[in-house]
Ligand binder design. Structure first.
Ligand code: ATP
Ligand code: MG
Length: 249
C-alpha cells in the first residue's frame, strides 16, 4: 500500500506496514500484531517521542551491556520485523551476539528470523539446546551459548513471565516496553519506555560514544540509575501529556 509522506500519521502507518509485511513473510504471528497495537496506544499517550526518562534508561542499558561479561540480545518476531537492521547494527557496535527467542514457537519461524538477521552478517544463536527451568512457555527453550549463560539480557517486547524467571536466575534484564504498567516493566532492572523503532537507533548512537568511556564512568551511570523512578516519570509524563491535551479542547 502506498502511504503518502504528507500523511499526519506517516511514521506510525509505515511501521504497521513493515510489521504486516513481516507477518506475510512468516516472521511475525497474528498475536504479535495485537501486541503492537497495545504498544501503539501507549506510544500515542507518551507523545510518540523518546522522553528524557527513556534516553536515560537507554544510556544505562548501553553502559550495562558494555560492562557485562556475557551479554546477549534476545530477538523475537516483532523485533525482527520492525528493526532487524538496527538490532544487528547495535549487536555489531557492541560486539554482542543475538539470540532468537520466541513465545509462539515453530522451527520454521526460528529459521526465518535467524535468516533475516544473518543477512546483516552478525552472530545469531538459535540452537535451542538448553531449557530455563521454571518456565512453561516456549520461551524456556534457549541456546546454551546465549541466554542460558548470560549475565545481562536485552529483551525487547518481553513477556512478563520469562522476565521474572530470568531475574530469578540472577540475570540482569533490560526491557524495551512502551507500557510502564506491564509486569515486564516492573520486573526488569532497566525498563526503556520507548518505541523499539526509536530506542534501538538511540542506543546505537550512545554505544558509539560510550565505548570510549572508562569502566568507572560506566559503573557510575549504572549506579546512579533508579528504575522505579523511571517508571514513575513515565506515568507522570503520560498524565501531564493527557492533561495538556484536555486543556487544548
Ligand atoms: P506483561 O506480560 O509484561 O504484563 P503484556 O501482557 O502487556 O505484558 P505482551 O503481550 O506480553 O505484554 O507483550 C507486548 C508488550 O510490548 C506490550 O506491553 C506493549 O506495550 C509492548 N510493545 C508492543 N509494541 C512495541 C513497540 N513497538 N515498542 C515498544 N514496546 C512495544
Ligand atoms: Mg504478557
Amino acid at each position: 500500500m502506498h502511504i503518502p509522506r504528507s500523511h499526519p500519521r506517516y511514521h506510525s502507518l509505515m511501521t504497521r506496514e513493515k510489521l504486516a509485511d513481516a507477518f506475510r513473510r512468516g516472521l511475525v504471528v497474528p498475536e504479535g500484531l495485537i501486541a503492537h497495537g497495545r504498544g501503539e496506544c501507549f506510544d500515542y499517550i507518551i507523545g510518540e517521542k523518546s522522553r528524557d526518562f527513556a534516553l536515560e534508561a537507554e544510556k544505562t542499558a548501553v553502559a550495562m551491556m558494555i560492562l557485562a561479561e556475557r551479554p546477549v540480545i534476545s530477538v523475537n518476531g516483532n523485533s525482527a520485523g520492525l528493526v532487524a537492521e538496527e538490532i544487528c547494527a547495535l549487536s555489531k557496535v557492541l560486539s554482542i551476539p543475538l539470540e532468537v527467542n520466541i513465545f509462539h514457537w515453530s522451527d520454521e519461524r526460528i529459521r526465518k528470523i535467524t535468516e533475516e538477521l544473518e543477512r546483516y552478517d552478525v552472530t545469531v544463536y538459535s540452537k535451542g539446546d538448553a531449557v530455563i527451568e521454571g518456565l512453561e512457555s516456549a520461551r524456556r527453550i534457549v541456546d546454551s551459548r546465549g541466554i542460558f549463560r548470560a549475565d545481562v539480557v536485552l529483551v525487547p517486547l518481553e513477556d512478563g513471565d520469562r522476565c521474572e524467571i530470568l531475574k530469578r536466575k540472577g540475570k540482569k534484564i533490560i526491557a524495551i516496553d512502551l507500557n510502564p504498567l506491564s509486569r515486564t516493566s516492573r520486573m526488569a532492572d532497566v525498563t526503556i519506555v520507548d518505541n523499539i523503532t526509536r530506542a534501538i537507533p538511540n542506543m546505537i548512537e550512545f554505544a558509539r560514544d560510550m565505548k570510549e568511556m572508562s569502566r568507572e564512568e560506566l559503573e557510575k551511570i549504572v549506579m546512579n540509575y533508579d528504575n522505579r523512578e523511571t517508571l514513575r516519570k513515565a506515568l507522570k509524563a503520560i498524565i501531564e501529556y493527557l492533561e495538556e491535551k484536555s486543556g487544548d479542547l
